[in-house]
Design a protein around this ligand. Structure first.
Ligand code: G4P
Length: 285
């Protein structure tokens, strides 16, 4: 299948981000731990020039723990401050405060030398749709935080959440639309549901995902459905349809239903914790 996607609202979202970026010191970039590179938008490097940066591997509960560690090492080796988190349960969130201090050490030192004290670091959360930005802001800011409201000299309508006296968060996350030039990245984004499902053929998506899991996690698929690998992924999808009773009128297999069920099993972690992007592959590519 040809994975292409050009959402029309991309330019507007980018303009909004450019406006907001002027107001902040720190970018907190959320990526999906199952595809830590494919879920980054390359524009972020340009947008974030001159800003302190943190990468959070979110949905780490859905990714393989040993690959989470390897991806942490990968980002650290590039000098990027990184943590693995689960925004849904709050796991790893507490450690972010220390990471913010590390990432912003230079800025804090500059402020100190200029005699500026008690000026909080201002941060914005960015990431592609569905990566967990809103869930993260809720978990990080929590109920205890108060919105600081509009400030003089700051673009009207911007809401800041004061986490403590050292850190403020812009409460609207920056949405970066996925931008990809290669088909593989598009395919990975479609697997996790970050590309509109309406533009993909679900049966083909399921077959591509099966092909990918055949090498990465063969036992997870066999174990989940109690079946063994067939020669082709199309036959495998038929097998899943049979064992899950996806049958239409006239005893015909309902492959669309089987594809939806299988894709959903993967996305929600019912096939186990699976990382689709591997560090070595990325270094080679
Ligand atoms: P966005 O603002 O970046 O678009 O993402 P949002 O927070 O709306 O999260 C998208 C989906 O990802 C939500 O699921 C959310 O619960 C889930 N999610 C966010 N962080 C994590 C995480 O660390 N682990 C897991 N497993 N899921 C996470 P949903 O199905 O759309 O909503 P809901 O049924 O969970 O409420």
């Amino acid at each position: 299948m040809n994975y292409q996607w050009y959402p029309g609202h991309m330019t507007k979202a980018k303009r909004m981000m450019q406006e907001n970026i002027k107001l902040i010191d720190l970018l907190i970039e959320l990526v999906d731990a199952r595809i830590p590179l494919a879920s980054r938008n390359p524009d972020i490097d340009v947008l974030g020039q001159g800003k302190s940066r943190i990468v959070l591997l979110n949905k780490s509960d859905l990714a393989d723990p040993s690959w989470n560690r390897q991806w942490m090492n990968y980002f650290q080796a590039k000098g990027i401050h990184v943590l693995e988190i689960n925004a849904k349960t709050g796991l790893g969130i507490k450690a972010i405060h220390n990471l913010v201090r590390e990432a912003c050490a230079e800025k804090l030192e500059r402020d100190r030398k200029r005699g500026i004290v008690n000026r909080p670091v201002r941060a914005m959360v960015v990431g592609i749709p569905n990566v967990g930005k809103s869930t993260f802001i809720n978990a990080f800011a929590g109920k205890a935080c108060t919105k600081t409201g509009n400030k003089p000299g700051v673009t009207k309508g911007k809401q800041w959440i004061r986490l403590d006296k050292t850190l403020e968060l812009l409460d609207t996350p920056g949405i970066l639309w996925p931008r990809f030039e290669d088909q593989r990245t598009g395919m990975l984004l479609a697997f996790i549901g970050s590309i509109n499902d309406e533009i993909v053929v679900k049966e083909e998506l399921a077959c591509d995902l099966l092909e990918c899991l055949r090498t990465i996690a063969p036992a997870s698929v066999e174990g989940r459905y109690g079946i063994v690998w067939k020669e082709t992924s199309a036959e495998m999808l038929e097998e899943i349809a049979r064992c899950r009773g996806c049958i239409q009128k006239g005893d015909v297999l309902d492959l669309k239903k089987a594809a939806d069920l299988f894709t959903d099993d993967f996305r929600s972690g019912r096939l186990g914790r699976i990382t689709l992007e591997r560090v070595e592959q990325e270094n080679e590519g």
